[in-house]
Design a protein around this ligand. Structure first.
Ligand code: ARG
Length: 398
């Protein structure tokens, strides 16, 4: 209870105005956001989906459980400063309710020694217009994470009579949701084997066993949703999203150069309407590029990150440099040490907002991961009226 009471203080200032849920894209002016908290952050216990994601040489391999307290304290300190910065831009900042992720997490079919945390709401929550959709998720360690957002979403639902609260079917995550022995111990360390599999769209999650998706695989660009197929989102998941949002056009993307294809927000990142930043090591496939070109979207390469390696106990790559948060048409929040990125953004006409964040990376990512939109101005724009070269999403075949 103490922990919950402590967290309340984050959201009290936020309650002056009644909530309206509305967000259709990643760049319209931001007014209200959920920012994760590092409390009880844990190194996830391995499960079939997560095993392939953790690089073979990562310092996280072979360990799990509660993260060092000093790292939690440090993340908390940085979180408060970032929240203050967001508020200074007129943005309401809410906090989820931490649970005890250090405990065993179980379902009738499986159990793992501990969970993950609630630092990165972007993975769980997808806001499309007036709807907040809870994604299925695909790691056993993260199965119960959705409960961390129930207090907030219930509050939004009560305050905004038009808000739609939806939850995708919770997956069973049996062993046979995944490909058995997708990578053996030897192949785990073999970059060429990994890249070839990804090139051939051969991912650890089976495509049609049950729908699986993480919200952070979905790029929201008005009427069009671009969803990454990889280790966290399968084809059934993408198909489920399309049926759930029949007025949207869903497109599946996958990125051959990514050895650990999880979450699109270090790979293809919108900066404003008509402009995307792409990870030069994970280029967009030529057949997927067409729809962007046909509709006048420009794709620029992100500069090389400032760092050669991620911070300790971090399961993401150095490309977290790209994991920015767009506040409005001018301001983009960037990690303070990522000077090459800030320079590129300036050249593109933006005003980077540097924030010290690297010590928060280990909890699940950078600014985009740590946040989930509640309100951005504007409506559902059609940025892709020319659909001539649309690649249809996969449908189930016997
Ligand atoms: N796959 C990304 C990388 O390591 C990490 C993405 C983290 N994103 C998130 N929403 N948790 O390059």
């Amino acid at each position: 209870m103490l922990r919950r009471a402590g967290l309340r203080s984050f959201s009290t200032q936020a309650q002056a105005k009644k909530t309206v849920v509305n967000s259709w894209d990643e760049f319209s002016p931001l007014k209200h956001i959920i920012l994760g908290v590092p409390h009880n952050g844990s190194i996830p216990a391995v499960c079939p989906a997560s095993n392939c994601k953790i690089p073979h040489d990562s310092d996280m391999r072979g360990i799990h459980g509660r993260r060092p307290q000093h790292s939690i304290d440090r993340a908390l300190e940085l979180r408060e400063k970032f929240a203050e910065k967001l508020r200074s831009h007129g943005i309401r900042v809410d906090a989820p309710t931490a649970q005890d992720y250090t405990k065993r997490q179980a379902s009738p079919m499986w159990d793992v020694d501990n969970g993950f945390g609630c630092a990165v709401p972007r993975d769980t929550l997808m806001t499309i217009g007036n709807e907040i959709l809870f994604s299925t998720m695909s790691f056993r360690s993260r199965w119960w994470e959705y409960l961390s957002y129930r207090d907030l979403v219930l509050q939004y639902w009560k305050e905004d009579p038009n808000m739609k609260w939806e939850e995708a079917p919770k997956p069973r995550l049996y062993d046979d949701s995944y490909k058995p022995n997708y990578l053996d111990e030897h192949d785990l360390a073999d970059e060429a084997v990994r890249l070839e599999k990804v090139q051939n769209r051969d991912f650890v999650t089976k495509d049609w066993h049950e729908p699986l998706f993480d919200a952070a695989d979905c790029l929201r660009l008005g009427k069009d949703l671009f969803v990454q197929n990889g280790f966290t989102t399968n084809q059934a998941g993408i198909n489920w999203i399309q049926r759930h949002f029949p007025d949207h056009r869903v497109h599946a993307l996958d990125f051959p150069g990514d050895q650990y294809p999880i979450h699109i927000d270090c790979t293809l990142v919108p900066l404003k309407a008509g402009l995307l930043m792409s990870n030069p090591n994970r280029p967009v496939r030529p057949e997927h590029k067409k729809i962007f070109e046909d509709n006048g979207w420009q794709i620029v390469d992100a500069p090389k990150p400032a760092w050669d390696s991620p911070p300790p106990l971090c399961y993401s790559s150095v490309w977290l440099s790209m994991n920015t948060l767009v506040l409005d048409e001018k301001h983009i929040v960037c990690e303070a040490s990522e000077l090459p990125l800030q320079e590129s953004l300036k050249q593109l006409g933006f005003e980077p907002v540097p924030v010290d964040w690297r010590d928060c990376y280990a909890f699940g990512g950078s600014f985009h991961c740590w946040t989930a939109d509640v309100y951005r101005e504007g409506g559902c724009n059609d940025y892709f009226p020319n659909q001539e070269n649309r690649v249809p999403i996969a449908t189930y075949k016997e």
